[in-house]
Design a protein around this ligand. Structure first.
Ligand code: GDP
Ligand code: IMO
Ligand code: MG
Length: 426
């Protein structure tokens, strides 16, 4: 039995989907525990490519349970579309389980996300506008609607009758021509409930039984550590706990059940959305990495900001997640560069700084301090994938071993391409 948590160590899009798919082969349950369809996890099989948003990556392996935990926010419209799209492509989704306690994204959450972003000025995070923040806000304010409410029509109606007029007043106050009708929402959401009914279960009980039966559980983090609502670059974060402890909260298993935490780290850094990014590149090297790595958002299509690897960020991630191992992705993307830099710390007013400050605005004044490495040529990555770690170019190994020593966490997997077979276990 093993309980493994996969988390992003940077700002998301580290390749969590790819590595989750890799580990899923050895797991019985693959569990999303936070976030919603703001996530975009790409999985490339040999012939086919899938982009998953809300569905756990385990959905592609029909002999595993793909579980959506209570800590997520679920847009039922999007979930049904995602299920239908996969079914049309021949993927059997009967292995899906949806927590009865998950929070539901309502249409007014999507509209509120848009409105708030427009009102926030410099504080806007550049959200995915999927209604994530407003849905979590309502959940915490005890103003939310959960999956289980879809199966109690009276209670759903009572809740909507209280909540909807308040939402409508807010939109009216901001001059927005939007209003929701209780009856229509009730009809729509009970209809979603009927379509989702077979998937709904108590996830905490399911996973507890799995642990008793010595089954393997894999938690699939979404977003990244530096987007965590508490530990990220607040307020330029998402609204959930993206860090490892979120797996326990967001699924209903106790924290001592977790055996290991794998941090996924891109060999460089990428970021969608606003906020500070100390090691950001805005030159031709950035364009090179962006084009070679296909660094465009899976969910919104926005070009991702890119920069050198920032070890301050990853060390921070190691601390707040209790990382037991690292998987480094996109190593192939850096090939062809003469030199590769790694940010090892920052300098400000003559002082060396080794930690991210709580006052995130201060980062804009920090100057990154870099260590420079020799680059490597483009390789036959498929042959290297077959031969293993020793076949990697010496400069790659030097780069990886420096990172490992600096973070003090072993690198156990190296990803050298988007496809399923392009992962080296060390
Ligand atoms: P996630 O959100 O963390 O699952 O990551 P995304 O799927 O949003 O973004 C990662 C992108 O990199 C996807 O297009 C993956 O197919 C791709 N990818 C993952 N690992 C590798 C790798 O080692 N090399 C290359 N070239 N692409 C990779
Ligand atoms: P995956 O799982 C990268 C970013 C948004 C924005 C901020 C808040 O694919 O790694 P939100 O819509 O969550 O309220 O937006 O978080 N963001 C992501 N960036 N990858 C993601 O997910 C992200 N999910 C949200 O760009 O800056
Ligand atoms: Mg992504």
């Amino acid at each position: 039995m093993s309980v493994v948590v996969i988390v992003g160590t940077q700002w998301g899009d580290e390749g969590k989907g790819k590595i989750t798919d890799y580990y899923a082969e050895r797991s019985d349950h693959i569990v999303r525990f936070q976030g919603g369809n703001n996530a975009g996890h790409t999985i490339e099989l040999e012939e086919e490519k899938f982009k998953l948003h809300l569905l756990p990556s385990g959905i592609l392996r029909n002999d595993k349970k793909a579980v959506i935990g209570n800590g997520t926010v679920v847009d039922p419209k999007v979930l049904l579309e995602e299920i239908n799209n996969l079914e049309k492509r021949g993927v059997d989704t009967s292995n899906l389980v949806l927590s009865d306690r998950a929070a539901l994204i309502m249409p007014y959450h999507r509209a509120m996300d848009e409105l708030e972003e427009n009102l926030k000025g410099n504080l806007k995070a550049g959200t995915t506008k999927k209604g994530i923040g407003p849905c979590y806000s309502d959940k915490v304010a005890r103003f939310g609607i959960r999956v289980i409410d879809l199966y109690n029509p009276g209670s759903l109606r009572d809740k909507l009758e209280t909540i909807v007029p308040i939402k409508n007043k807010i939109f009216e106050a901001f001059g927005e021509d939007k209003s929701w009708d209780v009856e229509r929402l009730h009809q729509k959401y009970t209809d979603y409930g009927k379509k989702l009914k077979d998937y709904v279960d108590d996830v905490s009980v399911l996973l507890d039984n799995a642990i008793d039966n010595d089954e393997d559980i894999l938690f699939e983090g979404a977003q990244g550590t530096h987007l965590d609502i508490d530990h990220g670059v607040y307020p330029y974060t998402t609204s959930s706990h993206t860090t490892a402890a979120g797996a326990s909260l967001g699924s209903g298993i106790g924290p001592i059940n977790i055996d290991s935490v794998i941090g996924i780290m891109k060999a460089y850094t990428s970021r969608v959305g606003t906020g500070p990014f100390p090691a950001e590149l805005e030159d031709e090297i950035a364009d090179y990495i962006r084009e070679k790595g296909g660094e465009y958002g899976t969910t919104t299509g926005r070009p991702r900001r890119v920069g050198w690897l920032d070890l301050v960020m990853v060390r921070y991630s190691s601390r707040v997640n209790s990382l037991t191992e690292l998987a480094v992705t996109n190593v192939d993307v850096l090939s062809g560069l003469d030199e590769i830099k790694v940010c090892t710390g920052y300098r400000h007013e003559g002082k060396k700084i080794k930690e991210f400050p709580a006052d995130i605005e201060r980062i804009y004044d920090y100057e990154p301090v870099y260590e420079t490495f020799q680059g490597w040529e483009e390789q036959d990555w498929d042959t290297i994938a077959e031969k293993g770690y020793s076949a990697l170019p010496e400069n790659v190994k030097e780069y990886l071993e420096y990172i490992e020593e600096s973070i003090e966490v072993p690198i156990t997997h190296i990803s050298i391409g988007p496809k399923r077979h392009q992962t080296i276990a060390r």
